[in-house]
Write a protein that binds this ligand. Structure first.
Ligand code: TYM
Length: 335
């Protein structure tokens, strides 16, 4: 197994990232068999698809790396690095640009959402974003990619690119990467709007729980989270028309490692006045230790930055043979 996944370095890591992705990464790293590899990276090149403050980007990259370590990523077992330090990502993305089709990229919902009506004013990078993402996974000949549900379409595109490249150039270079989507938390929603996903880019900080939030902030955000005045039903089916309530129960169940039906049954007949404090306790108990480790790590940013440099060296040794094989398949004379 070759496991690869990344996180874009903008904003703060939040509970959605944790439950949808990072927690799975830690679990996979903990069950690696000999010969398996895990690579996790900070997608700082993807961050460039919208204008960034350079100082802020450099800071965020190190802070996010620290957050991943605090959440349990172990740099002795997993390769942790930032994408920009492994230039093979950009190079393979260019090579795959000849394979990916405009029509495929035009259909990407993220492109449609983020560019909106202003396509002429959107960056070229925002449009070709999924090609770089395909390169990220194909570069390591990844077999499994643990992500939240919102990344599924990008991974389908990576599979299409891999299939077309292998066919066009009659090679068996790229295995088809399998998305691994968390069953418990495929899509955690905003605390303010049950129809929008919890996101780093939501202008309202009240919409998400950041992994750096202190206990009081977590409690306050959950107390103010949108819910409703009804009591909880006996089963999840009773929450079909109550998206905010469903989201809070999903978060509870995911944090507790329990089934959602089990959780609603426990609170059946009670309102959010009783449920929210219990959810807040559970959230603080899970995220508190991560935040405390993070605070310690941030006191020593140079060590985190050094880990990223070491990780990039390891990643480059795995990336080089694939890039070379792609260059050969394409007839490029590079040596
Ligand atoms: P990003 O940075 O938006 O999110 C990182 C990971 O967190 C998951 N996630 C969520 N899961 C559940 N509920 C949510 N509300 C939620 N929000 C985010 C995402 O699905 C993702 O797994 N394009 C990617 C980064 C990337 C990447 C890659 C991922 C670049 N190259 C290669 C996998 C493989 C992104 O912006 O994720």
């Amino acid at each position: 197994m070759r496991i690869v996944s990344g996180i874009q370095t903008t904003g703060n890591l939040h509970l959605g990232n944790y439950l949808g992705a990072i927690r799975q990464w830690v679990a996979m790293q903990d069950t690696l068999q000999p010969g398996d590899d895990c690579l996790f990276f900070l997608a700082d090149l993807h961050a460039l698809t919208v204008t960034q403050d350079p100082k802020e980007l450099a800071r965020t990259t190190v802070e996010m790396a620290a957050t991943l370590i605090a959440a349990g990523i172990d740099t002795d077992r997993a390769i942790l690095f930032n994408q920009a330090r492994v230039p093979e990502h950009s190079e393979l993305a260019w090579l795959l640009g000849g394979t990916a089709r405009m029509g495929w990229l035009n259909r990407m919902t993220q492109w449609k959402d983020k560019a909106g009506k202003n396509r002429e004013g959107a960056s070229v990078g925002l449009f070709t974003y999924p090609v770089l993402q395909a390169a990220d996974v194909l570069l390591y000949r990844a077999t499994h990619v643990p992500v939240g549900e919102d990344q599924k379409q990008h991974l389908e595109l990576a599979r299409d690119v891999a299939t077309k490249f292998n066919t066009d150039f009659a090679v068996e270079l790229f295995p088809l990467p399998e998305p691994l989507i968390s069953a418990a938390a495929p899509r955690i929603m905003s605390l303010r709007d049950g129809s929008a996903k919890m996101s780093k880019s939501d202008p309202s900080d009240m919409s998400r729980i950041n992994l750096i939030d202190d206990d009081d902030t977590i409690v306050a955000k959950l107390r103010k989270a949108k819910s409703d005045a009804d009591v909880l039903p006996e089963t999840m089916a009773g929450l079909a028309e109550r998206p905010e309530a469903r989201n809070l129960v999903t978060i509870y169940a995911a944090l507790a490692g329990r089934g959602t039906d089990d959780v609603v049954a426990e609170f059946a007949g009670q309102g959010f006045g009783a449920f929210k404090p219990a959810l807040a306790d559970l959230t603080v108990a899970t995220l508190g230790p991560i935040r405390d480790r993070l605070t310690q790590l941030l006191a020593n940013r140079d060590e985190v930055a050094a880990e990223l440099r070491k990780g990039a060296e390891k990643a480059r040794t795995l990336a080089a043979p694939t890039l070379r094989a792609a260059q050969e398949a394409l007839g490029l004379q590079v040596s």
